[in-house]
Design a protein around this ligand. Structure first.
Ligand SMILES: O=C(O)c1cc(C(=O)O)c2c(n1)C(=O)C(=O)c1cc(C(=O)O)[nH]c1-2
Length: 259
């Protein structure tokens, strides 16, 4: 089967029946996976960006996403640890600085805390991660484990969801500013900044997998890494939907104040 015949498939898994014979077929398949599985398609995002959530539900989203954000540099340190090749480590290193910042310069985690603070959440509570959903913790930890245990190629490939993030961030900035009176450009600065950072990161990762996955088996591994990661993102929104839209908040998780 070639990449072109994937178009229109709804349930995609890369098994022995799919043979990707070139870097171009690999890229087409990765883009198909993004178009059919990225969490931009999740109903919770439709509610978030369409102004259909109340403030407590938006708080729950930002609180849970903090765990993802603050784990990304830990994940990236794991990715770096997989490479003896200095050039790859050097290239990957800026990702940690993008999130952690540097002496005297703000990073993404601080920008995320501006968002949670602007939404009225106590920063110490957010940083404690005490109120997050169990599913958030499990999904995010699975991502770190994946990067530690799979091949270095798969560790890099699992970051490829970022190819699809800028469109989603554009939609989020516009939608949240338009629909929520408790949101302003200042607290959305995290996403504005990512619009510049993500394409560079995703571009490197895409070039890397196209150059280093040289067999159909390795190309299938790259695709499966992206599928794994879309699942990591999707289940986090499933859990938010179940808890905060359908009302089944697990014991111990954040309970929004009645507004
Ligand atoms: O808001 C989003 O939907 C979203 C998605 C993703 C992603 O696709 O993994 C990332 C981010 N944001 C993000 O801000 C970010 O820094 C980031 C790093 C990574 C990664 O896997 O290394 N993904 C993402």
């Amino acid at each position: 089967m070639n990449a072109a015949s994937l178009t229109g498939m709804t349930a995609l898994s890369i098994g022995k029946d799919i043979r990707l014979n070139s870097a171009e077929e690999l890229e087409a398949t990765l883009r198909h996976i993004g178009a059919t599985r990225y969490h931009s398609l999740h109903p919770f995002h439709k509610l978030l960006h369409g102004g259909k959530l109340n403030k407590g539900q938006v708080q729950a989203w930002a609180l849970n996403r903090y765990y993802y954000q603050s784990t990304i540099p830990i994940k990236d340190a794991v990715v770096i640890s997989r490479f003896r090749d200095r050039a790859t480590r050097l290239e990957w290193r800026h990702r940690i600085e993008d999130h952690d910042g540097d002496v005297g310069s703000e990073g993404g985690i601080e920008r995320w805390l501006k968002l949670t603070e602007g939404l009225g959440l106590d920063t110490a509570y957010v940083e404690s991660t005490e109120g997050i959903l169990p599913a958030t913790r499990f999904a995010v930890e699975a991502y770190v484990h994946y990067c530690r245990e799979k091949s270095p190629l798969e560790a890099i490939a699992s970051s490829l969801t970022e190819l699809f993030a800028p469109n989603l961030h554009e939609e989020r900035i516009a939608g949240m500013l338009e629909h929520y009176d408790f949101v302003n450009p200042d607290i959305m600065s995290y996403f504005k900044r990512r619009l510049a950072q993500a394409p560079r990161d995703a571009g490197f990762a895409l070039d890397y997998v196209k150059a280093h996955a040289t067999t159909p088996e390795q190309r299938a591994q790259v695709c499966n890494a992206l599928i794994f990661k879309t699942n990591v993102l999707w289940v986090q929104l499933d859990a938010l939907q179940h808890a905060y839209v359908e009302g089944h908040i697990p014991p111990g998780a954040f309970v929004p104040k009645a507004s």
